[in-house]
Design a protein around this ligand. Structure first.
Ligand SMILES: [Zn+2]
Length: 306
């Protein structure tokens, strides 16, 4: 029965509609779902159109919300990241693989532009994590050594080429490093050189001839010095072959036979320590034994035999 009062009629319709909705909620929802299923594309298109039309507004709203609730947003983000760790990693990897060239190029540009800043940050990080770095190095040392060994074995040619190129590009640096090395290893280098001279007497003679031609005055001076030193102690004429005969061709240090073609006259108490250049203070010695005695202890056992 229609009402005469339109206000009353409106109220009646509203109340009736509400009642009807409540009674048929399930049915209505099912209807809606069915409509969406059959009009899916249409529905999606509508949604998309709405989003596009309201994009700026929605974004601004999102930004405003974000700014107004920074802590909640951060917490939400953290929670999301924690529960989606693997997906995130996979996503990042896929993105990186698809865009690796662009990423590399832009990262190069960034590094060039922010070089000093990056270096400072790195330095600060290293200083803050020194112990951690040390630990890591010790843990991975063996693995790394093995790795680099196999690498060098399989990349010998490339390594050599790279070394050569580096040397050609940095001659001053290389020269400075060489000087440093020689300073640090002075004793070993001298020993090695002396051993080489003993092992290759022919080569040694040729080299000393060359050196003598180049450094005549220096050589003469050093001989004079030695003579002066000898003159300060006692000197008598020492004939090499006579000493060899007297010692029966035996090394006074190791007591084994010495070749007459290659023997030294060793001062039992070195001249530098005030030993005389006399028959009683000299003996036949292998060059190598003589050298070892000079390099090693200054008072070897044979001194006590004199
Ligand atoms: Zn010897």
């Amino acid at each position: 029965m229609p009402y005469k009062d339109p206000e009353k009629q409106k109220a009646y319709h509203a109340a009736y509609g509400k009642l009807y909705s409540e009674a048929h909620r399930e049915q209505k929802a099912a209807n809606m779902r069915a409509w969406r299923e059959t009009h899916r594309e249409h529905h999606l298109a509508i949604r998309k159109a709405w989003r596009e039309a309201n994009l700026e507004r929605e974004r601004a709203k999102g930004r405003a919300y974000h700014l107004a609730h920074p802590e909640q947003e951060a917490a939400k983000k953290k929670k999301y990241n924690e529960s989606h760790r693997e997906e995130n990693a996979a996503c990042r990897k896929a993105y990186y693989e698809a865009n690796s060239e662009t990423i590399k190029a832009s990262s190069r540009v960034y590094h060039e532009e922010h070089r000093e800043q990056i270096l400072l940050t790195l330095k600060a990080w290293r200083e803050a994590n020194r112990e951690h770095i040390q630990e890591y190095r010790e843990e991975t040392r063996e693995h790394k050594n093995a790795q680099s060994k196999t690498y060098h074995k399989t990349h010998r040619v490339q390594d050599a080429a790279r070394n050569k190129a580096y040397k050609a590009a940095h001659p001053e640096k290389i020269a400075a490093e060489l000087i440093c090395y020689r300073e640090r290893h002075r004793v070993e280098i001298a020993q090695r050189a002396r051993l080489g001279r003993i092992a290759y007497p022919e080569k040694q003679r040729a080299a000393s001839r060359r050196w003598y031609e180049l450094h005549k005055s220096q050589a003469i001076q050093s001989v004079r010095k030695r003579e002066a030193r000898i003159r300060n102690v006692f000197v008598e004429t020492v004939d090499r072959l006579a000493i060899y005969e007297r010692d029966e061709g035996k090394c006074g240090i190791c007591h084994k036979f010495v070749s007459i073609n290659n023997f030294n006259i060793d001062h039992i108490l070195p001249i530098a320590q005030g030993g005389p250049h006399s028959l009683i203070n000299v003996q036949v010695a292998h060059p190598i034994c003589n050298f070892r005695k000079g390099a090693g202890a200054r008072f070897p056992q044979q001194l006590r035999l004199v």
